[in-house]
Design a protein around this ligand. Structure first.
Ligand SMILES: O=P(O)(O)OC[C@H]1O[C@](O)(CO)[C@@H](O)[C@@H]1O
Length: 565
């Protein structure tokens, strides 16, 4: 395929389009009756079991998708990523988050330089700093040990670390290591989020970690200045060096902000924001909370999937199969959304993280060569842990729109509970739903079944489930730091596979820029109107009237105000 050609022009794409009709004539009820098919549509790695038999697909579909992968040069693209080639061409950058979790003796080059030693030198620095911090040797301005950490960052500098922190909180080993400590996040520039993040915290015992790849993100910098003021107003300006540290690729701006460069932790432009949880962005705050050894296990889990992804044949490769099936659902069956449904409360922040990872990566309108795409890319990701979601949006998934679902289950709960005399343990109760829902979606319930149950005639249409709704099941043996890392890496690579097949750049995010620049025009107006009484001008009628209404009770602040809760 020539570099500017589109994947949709290939024979392999057209063969899949032609195959859709045959699939649409089938029903999952019938496909599921073929035990050999179901057996074939599974994959396993280190006890992680993927069952994709409830996809609207046959073995022929998978063969055709594997041929599409060849046409898209998927193998070569994965190889280029691992070799540090500048596959993020619009920013002229390598894409090397895999180097962040590679073993110490690995060799991964970017610009001809092996980046692994640099990665490990930052990890060693984090290990040392977190040990000093956790031992109580690092003391604040008043001589007290610090036990609370507020991590200030947004987007990729927030969602991945929040996901991992939330998942580790109830893992017994990690929880033991975190006893007596708190890790909080401040992301939104909404002052209400500032108030929440510092509620009941004492600056005397709090460390603020400012996390920003660029160190220019408006929200993060205002929040960082706000917490700096919170510290200074209570402990004086000299306290900043003991109570504020940073993670960034822009160490010059970190220094200008007033943070001691010795307490700054670097990462590199070859780490995309949404792929940065395995850099100091996640490793530092998580090590402060749980200790470096727990975080190292998480990194090892991610690395195990990197190896599986890099070396397994595509027909047994979990991220590749997942990516291909998503392309099938979006581009051929026309399903625009994907529900992420972990049957684990510990994974409650998985869906918000995947929303950024997937939608910022694959929500693109042009090919990597800038050619307008005649097909849609990306999907609308959303989700909620089961069973909560069942009592919320599952109605639509069962009888309304068709939304392919990822069901994620855990064999061994982080927190087993059993009440003597109950039919099943609490985790078995949860997992009963994990096993039941995919079949309910696939098989549905026919009017004939309802008749045989003597359901009143007028209720038959309401109680009919058409079924034939695709899902896949991912069963993890347990949910320790290691498996959390594996899950993260599975989704990272799956999303990259989708982008590689669609022929887009999954590693830039130009679509976030326009809103940012318009906000700066509004910011200028708000300042001018509040401080100098300037009239609203330069906006359309709608925005002008909204702004006028917003500015009406104009009483500018004339001194620093911090949250009161
Ligand atoms: O880490 P930074 O530079 O503050 O950026 C935060 C986030 O902002 C974005 O650039 C756009 O939302 C994300 O890609 C990134 O994760």
């Amino acid at each position: 395929m020539a570099s500017s050609a589109l994947i949709c022009d290939t024979e392999q794409w057209k063969a899949l389009q032609a195959h859709v009709g045959a699939i649409q004539k089938t029903h999952l009820r019938d496909l599921m009756a073929d035990a050999d098919r179901c057996k074939a549509m599974t994959a396993e790695f280190e006890g992680i079991f993927l069952d994709y038999s409830r996809q609207q697909a046959t073995r022929e579909t998978i063969e055709k998708l594997l041929k599409l992968a060849e046409a898209a040069k998927l193998k070569e693209k994965i190889e280029k990523m691992f070799k540090g080639e500048k596959i993020n061409s619009t920013e002229n950058r390598s894409v090397l988050h895999v180097a962040l979790r590679a073993p110490r003796d690995a060799v991964i080059n970017s610009d001809g330089v092996n980046v692994v030693p640099e990665v490990w030198s930052v990890k060693d620095k984090i290990k040392q700093f977190s040990e000093t911090f956790r031992s109580g040797s690092w003391v604040g301005a008043t001589g007290k040990a610090l036990t609370n950490v507020v991590s200030v960052g947004i987007g990729g500098s927030f969602l991945g670390p929040l996901f991992v922190h939330t998942a580790l909180q109830t893992d017994p080993e990690a929880a033991e290591c975190a006893k007596g400590r708190q890790l909080r996040f401040l992301a939104n520039v909404d002052p209400v989020d500032v108030a929440r993040s510092i509620k009941d915290l004492d600056p005397e015992t709090t460390l603020v970690v400012v996390v920003s790849k660029t160190f220019t993100t408006a929200e993060t910098m205002l929040n960082a200045r706000t917490l700096k003021e919170w510290i200074i107003s209570s402990l004086g300006p000299q306290a900043v060096s003991k109570h504020m540290i940073a993670v960034s690729t822009n160490l010059k701006l970190v220094k200008e902000f007033g943070i001691d460069p010795n307490n700054a932790f670097a990462f590199w432009d070859w780490v995309g924001g949404r792929y940065s949880v395995c850099s100091a962005v996640g490793v530092l705050p998580l090590s402060l909370q749980y200790g470096f050894p727990i975080v190292q296990k998480f990194l090892e889990g991610a690395s195990s999937i990197d190896n599986h992804f890099h070396s397994s044949s595509f027909d047994k490769n979990i991220p590749v199969l997942l990516g291909l099936l998503s392309v099938w659902n979006v581009s051929f069956l026309g399903y625009p959304a994907r529900a992420i449904l972990p049957y684990s409360q510990a994974l409650e922040k998985l869906a918000p993280h995947i929303q950024q990872l997937s939608m910022e990566s694959n929500g693109k309108g042009v090919s990597i060569d800038g050619v307008q795409l005649p097909f849609e890319t990306g999907e609308i990701d959303f989700g909620e842990p089961g069973t909560n979601g069942q009592h919320s949006f599952y109605q639509l998934i069962h009888q309304g729109r068709v939304i392919p679902c990822d069901f994620i289950g855990i064999v061994k709960s982080q927190q087993p509970v059993y009440l003597k005399g109950e039919t099943v343990s609490n985790h078995d109760e949860l997992m009963s739903n994990f096993f039941a829902q995919p079949d309910a979606l696939a098989y549905g319930k026919t009017p004939e079944q309802l008749h045989s149950e003597k359901v009143p005639e007028h209720l038959i249409p309401h109680k009919t489930f058409k079924g034939n709704r695709p899902s896949l099941s991912l069963l993890l043996p347990q949910l320790s730091a290691y498996e959390i890392g594996q899950l993260l890496s599975i989704y990272e690579h799956r999303i990259a596979v989708q982008g590689f097949i669609w022929g887009i750049n999954s590693f830039d995010q130009w679509g976030v820029e326009l809103g940012k620049s318009l906000a700066s025009q509004v910011r200028k107006q708000l300042h001018g109107s509040r401080m100098e009484g300037k009239p609203v001008e330069g906006f359309n009628h709608s925005t002008s009237s909204l702004l006028a209404r917003y500015l009406a009770p104009s009483t500018p602040f004339d001194s620093t105000v911090l949250p009161k809760v």
